[in-house]
Design a protein around this ligand. Structure first.
Ligand SMILES: *Cc1c(COP(=O)(O)O)cnc(C)c1O
Length: 310
């Protein structure tokens, strides 16, 4: 079998069937705007590989940062260890995050950073003596990822209808720990834009009712809608914010959940005082180094021919 035949017979692709799967292109290399296929086509990656390749493919500064880090240390458990790339990235994120969101939890994908945000909200409420506050309020049309908690927070009639049965239903009166939303721009499930005033009202409601406000900036963050953070148009700050996708310029998988001192201190004052999450690849040094690299804009070469994808 050729690699393409093997792939077609055995390997699942995102949201695709193994029976008569839609055709895939055989990518061999990628640089700047272009993805080069095995049969020599050069395609413009106009969707930035699902919105994460923010500075172009194989950006020299990011590739160099990964290479340098790989010569020192590719990975070490984050339990009981720390390292320079993680500390440097935490500092850099805190410097550009909304004011006060300077406590960082590194996650390995966007979905996980959403899970972490939701768990922080529940642990926060628990520490305040509200164990009954264990649901989140989410918006119709939202998308927060493919893991089960993130699915439960996404539009139930969106991409995850099939799994309604295993998902906890969120949205109930006095049980709400937090509101989660994609600020201003609902991306993957809906492609909706809405008014920043809505976010200000959410902030008011959360403060009034003792709920936390979580913004999922995984798609919209890092200038995707114009300003650095989509929610900055509303002039308010969330209590917890998830970032991912463009965080490493699309070079390594990495996400982060940023929390305020109030959230972190409250969780730490609860029982258990530990925040109960810890992925194997947490704060992977290669990924942190990729995120810390500061790419300067590249000169764009003459655009390549586009071809149909599927
Ligand atoms: C892509 C996305 C996620 C999930 O991120 P993954 O890295 O795919 O797990 C979560 N929230 C939003 C808004 C996204 O666009």
């Amino acid at each position: 079998m050729t690699p393409l035949e093997y792939d077609r017979a055995r390997i699942w692709h995102p949201y695709a069937s193994l029976k008569n799967p839609p055709p895939v292109l055989h990518a061999k290399a990628a640089s700047g705007l272009e993805i080069e296929t095995a049969d020599g086509q050069k395609l413009v990656d106009a969707v930035s590989s699902w919105w994460c390749v923010a500075h172009g493919h194989n950006h020299p500064a990011i590739v160099e940062a990964i290479r340098r880090q790989s010569e020192k240390m590719c990975h070490v458990m984050f339990g009981g260890f720390t390292h320079d790339p993680a500390v440097e990235l935490a500092e850099k994120l805190a410097a550009i995050a909304p004011r006060g969101l300077d406590r960082v939890f590194f996650a390995d994908s966007g979905s996980i950073s959403v899970e972490v945000a939701a768990k922080m909200a529940v642990q926060y409420q628990n520490a305040l003596g509200h164990p009954e506050r264990n649901r989140l309020l989410a918006l119709k049309g939202g998308y927060h990822g493919d893991t089960s908690l993130a699915m439960a927070l996404s539009d139930p009639d969106g991409m995850h209808t099939l799994f309604k049965g295993i998902m906890t239903k969120h949205f109930y009166g006095g049980e709400i720990a937090a509101i989660i939303c994609e600020p201003v721009f609902q991306a993957a499930n809906a492609m909706n834009f809405y008014h920043p005033e809505y976010l200000r009202e959410m902030r008011r409601l959360c403060d009034e009712r003792g709920m936390l406000l979580i913004f999922d900036e995984i798609a919209a963050g890092f200038y995707r809608t114009g300003p650095l953070w989509a929610h900055s148009r509303a002039g308010i700050t969330p209590d917890i914010m998830a970032v991912g996708k463009a965080l490493t310029g699309g070079h390594m998988t990495l996400a982060a959940t940023l929390a305020s001192g109030k959230v972190a201190d409250t969780i730490s004052g609860g029982r258990p005082s530990a925040f109960m999450h810890g992925p194997t690849y947490m704060a992977n040094p290669l990924a942190c180094a990729a995120a810390c690299a500061e790419p300067v804009p590249q000169r764009v070469k003459s655009p390549a021919r586009t071809a149909k994808c599927a």
